[in-house]
Write a protein that binds this ligand. Structure first.
Ligand code: ACO
Length: 432
C-alpha cells in the first residue's frame, strides 16, 4: 500500500481512497470500503477498469507490448525452455534446476495414464462431440477419480500431486478426445517421449500407419504452449478464480475455465480465425467485403484474431507465433494458401484507418491456427490446444488465490438495478 491517497468528492464530502502501487509502478485506487463509507458502488461492466486481485505471476504492459511470466520475458522463455519448464516456473515462482525438471518430467510420465473407467465415458459422447465439451467434462470428472490433495501434502515446491496429475492427464484426455472424435483406437502415452512429443504421438500414431514425431513439430508445440501459458486476469482465468473463490476444488474450477475459454471472443477465436480465412479464400479472396463487414457499425461481424482488451500495440505473443508459423511451414514444406490470406489481411488491416485508430492488431489467435493445421491438428481441436497451454496459468492463479489473505472472500460483484422497483402482487385468477 502506497502512502499516497486519492480524494473523491461526493455530494460535497471528500473521501480519501488508498492507492495500491504494483512493483512495476501500476497504480490502483483501493475502493473496498467505498460502499461502506459512501453508499456508492463503482460501475464497470466488462471489468474494463477493475483490478480483481494482487498477483505475482504475470506482468503485462498493453501499451508497450510487454509480457513476462514471473519476471522473465516470454520471448526468452519461448526460445530457451520446454513447456513443462515454464509450467514449473508459473506454478512455483522459480525456474527448475536440472534435477527438479527431471523429477517433473518423470511425474508427467508417471501420471500420464487415465483411469480405465474414465475411458468408458468417451464411448458415450455422441459422434462428432466437441473436444472442448469432452475435455471440460473429463476434467470435472477427475475430481471423483483422483481426490484432490491440498498444498500441505506438497511433494516439492509449489507443486502438488493433484497439479502434476492434472497437467499430465489433461494431455492424455485431449488426445483421447480427438481419437474418439474420429473413431480411431486410443494410443496410450509412452514413457520414452517428452510432454509435447507424447501428445503428438497420442494424436497421430495409428496401428496401420506408425507416426514419427518431427522435431520441428515438438519445438513449435512447446513454443505455442509456452506463449499461451498465462495472461493474467483474462476471462477464463477470472472464471477459474471466481469459481474457486466459492471454495470448490481445482478440478471444477479448471473445468469452468475451459468453458469460458471456449467462446469465440476468447480462446475460441483461433478456430474462428481459420473459418474466417477459409471463407475469404473460398470467396475469391474478397478482402474488401470482409473488412467492410467488420467496419459496419450495424453489423456485429468482427475480424477474428484482431483486437485485444489490453494490448494497444502488437500482441507480443502474436509476433513470436507469426515467426514460428513461417519457420514451421518452411521446414515441413507445407504450402498453405491460408498463410498468404492471413498475411494479406493483416497488411490491409494495418493500412486501414478504422483498425489503426482503434489499435486493432493481430492477437495470439491470428497465426496459431495455421501452425496447428500444418501439424495436422484439426480446427475443432484448436481451443483444446489453447486450454493445454493455459492450464499451468490457471492452476497458478487458483493456487495464488487460495493462499492469499483475500482467499476467504467469495467473488461477488454488485449491480445497479434498473428494473421495476416494486408492484402489488395479483393472484393468478385475478390476472385475466
Ligand atoms: N473487428 C472489427 N472491429 C473490432 C474488432 C474486430 N476484431 N475488435 C474490436 N473492434 C472495434 C469495436 O467494434 C469497437 O469499435 P467502436 O469503438 O466503433 O464501437 C472498438 O474496436 C473497441 O472494441 P471493444 O469491443 O470495445 O473492445 P473489447 O476490449 O471489449 O474487446 C475483443 C476485445 C473481444 C478481443 C475484440 O477485439 C474482439 O471481439 N476481437 C475478435 C475476437 C478475438 O480475436 N478474440 C480473441 C482475443 S485474444 C484471447 O482472448 C485469447
Amino acid at each position: 500500500m502506497s502512502q499516497q491517497k486519492a480524494q473523491l468528492t461526493i455530494e460535497g464530502k471528500v473521501y480519501d481512497l488508498p492507492i495500491i502501487e504494483g512493483t512495476a509502478g501500476e497504480k490502483a485506487l483501493d475502493i473496498r470500503s467505498l460502499m461502506r463509507d459512501t453508499g456508492y458502488i463503482t460501475f464497470d461492466s466488462g471489468y474494463m477498469n477493475t483490478g480483481s486481485c494482487e498477483s505475482c505471476i504475470t506482468y503485462l504492459d498493453g501499451d508497450k507490448g510487454i509480457l513476462r511470466y514471473r519476471g522473465y520475458d516470454i520471448a526468452d522463455l519461448a526460445e530457451n525452455c520446454v513447456f513443462i519448464e515454464v509450467a514449473y516456473l508459473l506454478l512455483t515462482g522459480e525456474l527448475p534446476t536440472k534435477a527438479e525438471l527431471d523429477q517433473f518430467k518423470y511425474d508427467m510420465t508417471r501420471y500420464a495414464l487415465i483411469h480405465e473407467d474414465m475411458i468408458h465415458f468417451f464411448d458415450h459422447f455422441p459422434p462428432n462431440s466437441s473436444p472442448m465439451s469432452i475435455l471440460s467434462t473429463m476434467v470435472a470428472t477427475m475430481h471423483d477419480f483422483y481426490p484432490e490433495m491440498d498444498l500441505e501434502e506438497d511433494p516439492y515446491g509449489g507443486l502438488t500431486t493433484t497439479t502434476a496429475r492434472l497437467l499430465s492427464k489433461i494431455r492424455t484426455t485431449a488426445a483421447f478426445s480427438y481419437k474418439k472424435n474420429i473413431g480411431h483406437p486410443l494410443v496410450y502415452p509412452r514413457p520414452d517421449l517428452s510432454y509435447c512429443a507424447n501428445f503428438l504421438n497420442m494424436m497421430f500414431d495409428r496401428p496401420n500407419m506408425p507416426y514419427t514425431v518431427e522435431p520441428v513439430a515438438v519445438i513449435a508445440l512447446n513454443k505455442l504452449l509456452i506463449l499461451h501459458a498465462d495472461h493474467e486476469q483474462n476471462c477464463s482465468t477470472s472464471t477459474v478464480r471466481l469459481v474457486g473463490s466459492a471454495g470448490v476444488g481445482l478440478y471444477p474450477s479448471i473445468s469452468a475455465g475451459i468453458h469460458a475459454l471456449w467462446g469465440p471472443a476468447h480462446g475460441g477465436a483461433n478456430a474462428a480465425v481459420m473459418l474466417m480465412l477459409e471463407r475469404i479464400y473460398r470467396d475469391g479472396k474478397n478482402y474488401d467485403k470482409y473488412i467492410a463487414m467488420a467496419k459496419d457499425p450495424n453489423n456485429p461481424y468482427r475480424l477474428s484474431g484482431f483486437g485485444h482488451r489490453v494490448y494497444k500495440t502488437y500482441d507480443p505473443r502474436a509476433k513470436l507465433i507469426k515467426e514460428v508459423c513461417t519457420a514451421v511451414l518452411e521446414t515441413l514444406n507445407v504450402k498453405d494458401p491460408l498463410l498468404e490470406v492471413a498475411q494479406e489481411l493483416e497488411y490491409r488491416v494495418s493500412n486501414d484507418d478504422y483498425f489503426v485508430s482503434r489499435n486493432l492488431y493481430p492477437n495470439v489467435d491470428f497465426y496459431s491456427g495455421i501452425i496447428y493445421r500444418a501439424l495436422g491438428i484439426p480446427t475443432n481441436m484448436f481451443t483444446v490446444m489453447f486450454a493445454l497451454g493455459r492450464l499451468p496459468g490457471w492452476i497458478a492463479q487458483w493456487q495464488e488465490m487460495n493462499s492469499s489473505k483475500d482467499s476467504s472472500r467469495i467473488g461477488r460483484p454488485r449491480q445497479v438495478y434498473q428494473g421495476v422497483v416494486s408492484r402489488p402482487f395479483s393472484k393468478i385468477e385475478d390476472r385475466g
